[in-house]
Design a protein around this ligand. Structure first.
Ligand code: ACO
Length: 444
């Protein structure tokens, strides 16, 4: 099979969000911390009417509908999520309800923080390249409900899901070289089954992310250049870059961090760009100190500013308006890039995708757009989904929704009471959980 890649994308964004500037006021936080400091504009949220089964059912049913998919022609279906409702039963098995008589579908759920979707994408590519491939397409689903306990991490929540149709002869083709970095770290994890909230060491998780950016770029580069000390060159190699987006600010810093790796690979090229005093200070940093050093960060963020605006900002338009979607985040960032740059300007362009999951697992991969993608951008329809397609609710309503979720957690014999008013047509929602924890849904 040739040109294995993405043939269709559907993104689910909930019917309500809270404005981050309103949240700053409500939380009594200095103005600008969430909006400028973290780079976030609106945060999507759901009440007790939606869960990982419902949002996955919503996004996959819409993918099937909008791309007219013959469900018999799907041979693999995988889900990446870290929003667990069950320690045994998969989300994938729930989604089998959408595939009619087709029960011959490989794939299951993959869990590791925000990385499960990317692992599922890699599995789908590998299956299509393998001797067991039967000619059918794959669907990869990634989605999460990202919510945090009260405190500093709360404004970095969000909700969303993506479903991608993956197969041969695609307009968005996966390049064969990837670079990964995996390591043991307790930066963000969910050891407490009685709560939906993670345990998070916030600032440590940011430096883990930056370290992963370094190693993935170096590992990706060395497979291209054949030299472990030589990077591919950020601007030469990638036309655009999408990232896992915990906050848009971290992404801007991480893009600049790639440029720092280019500097380390070829310092002479930066002689005229960075004064010698700054270079000396940067060169003297230990690796660990370099991960959080403010002078280094500022130097490269400033150097990369214009290119960040051109090559990364379109990938942040959706994330700044939804917040973190965990497993879906890197892929929705790619979808944002596709939508806001548009088919014409993306022809023959290479797009980097950096995926990070705490704990930790990370990969830098790339795709090349080889033909028209306007059918895909039309379905994405982000202007509507982020505009008239949803409602901006008050911080009070956001907190009330989160409280409903807390009450619903781990319940059986339960009827959710949250409003279904904001749900778009075609959205699945929870009707009840019976005495055996079985969940029943309706469609708006
Ligand atoms: N106006 C403008 N900027 C401000 C203001 C203000 N009034 N106040 C603060 N800021 C800036 C700060 O200077 C800082 O920017 P800088 O880092 O560029 O200097 C930024 O706002 C954030 O402020 P901090 O004090 O660093 O924020 P805090 O410690 O409260 O929390 C954090 C931030 C760590 C991201 C927290 O929200 C968190 O733990 N989030 C969840 C963890 C996470 O997402 N980790 C990322 C990888 S793992 C994953 O994806 C889940």
């Amino acid at each position: 099979p040739q040109n294995i890649g993405i043939k269709g994308i559907e993104v689910y964004i909930p019917g309500q969000a809270v404005n981050q500037a309103e949240l700053e006021k409500f939380d009594g936080i200095p103005q600008g911390k969430y909006t400028i400091g973290l780079g976030q504009t609106n945060m999507a949220f759901v009440n007790d009417r939606e869960d990982i089964y419902s949002i996955s059912l919503t996004v996959v049913s819409k993918l099937i509908k909008h791309y007219n998919i013959d469900t018999e022609k799907i041979g693999r279906l995988e889900v990446g999520t870290e929003t667990l409702l069950d320690k045994s039963k998969s989300v994938k098995s729930v989604l089998m309800q959408l595939f009619g008589d087709n029960n011959d579908i490989e794939g299951i759920d993959t869990v590791n923080a925000c990385y499960g979707g990317t692992s599922s994408v890699i599995n789908a590519i590998n299956w299509i390249e393998s001797s067991s491939w039967d000619g059918r397409d794959a669907i990869v689903v990634a989605g999460d409900i990202a919510i945090y306990d009260k405190g500093a991490a709360r404004p970095t929540g969000g909700v969303g899901a993506i479903a991608m149709l993956i197969g041969p002869d695609a307009p968005i083709v996966f390049d064969s070289i990837r670079g990964s970095f995996m390591e043991h770290a307790y930066d963000f994890y969910k050891p407490d089954f009685t709560s939906e909230y993670p345990v998070v060491d916030g600032h440590f998780s940011l430096s883990c992310y930056v370290k992963a950016v370094d190693h993935c770029y170096q590992n990706y580069s060395k497979k291209y250049t054949g030299d472990k000390n030589k990077t591919v060159g950020l601007y030469d190699h990638f036309d655009y870059n999408a990232f896992h987006v915990p906050t848009c600010k971290l992404v801007a810093k991480s893009y600049a961090r790639l440029l720092y790796n280019d500097y380390k690979s070829n310092p002479e090229a930066f002689e005229k760009l960075i004064d010698s005093e700054t270079r000396k200070a940067i060169d003297e940093l230990s690796y660990d100190a370099s991960l959080t050093d403010k002078l280094l960060e500022k130097t490269f963020v400033t150097l990369a500013k214009a290119e960040t605006k051109k090559r990364v900002d379109p990938a942040l338009r959706v994330p700044t308006n939804t917040g973190n979607m965990y497993t879906a985040s890197a892929w929705v960032s790619l979808a944002s890039l596709l939508y806001y740059v548009g088919s014409k300007d993306l022809q023959k362009k290479r797009l980097g995708v950096f995926s990070y999951g705490s704990g930790l697992a990370s990969t830098l991969l790339s795709v090349t757009v080889v033909s028209d993608i306007s059918d895909i951008t039309k379905v994405l329809d982000f202007d509507f989904k982020l505009g008239n397609g949803r409602k901006i609710e008050s911080p009070e309503q956001y907190v009330a929704a989160i409280e409903l979720r807390e009450k619903a957690h781990l319940q059986k014999d339960f009827k959710p009471s949250g409003s279904i008013e904001n749900l778009a047509s075609g959205t699945y929602y929870l009707e009840e959980i019976d005495d055996k924890f079985r969940r029943k849904y309706s469609i708006k």
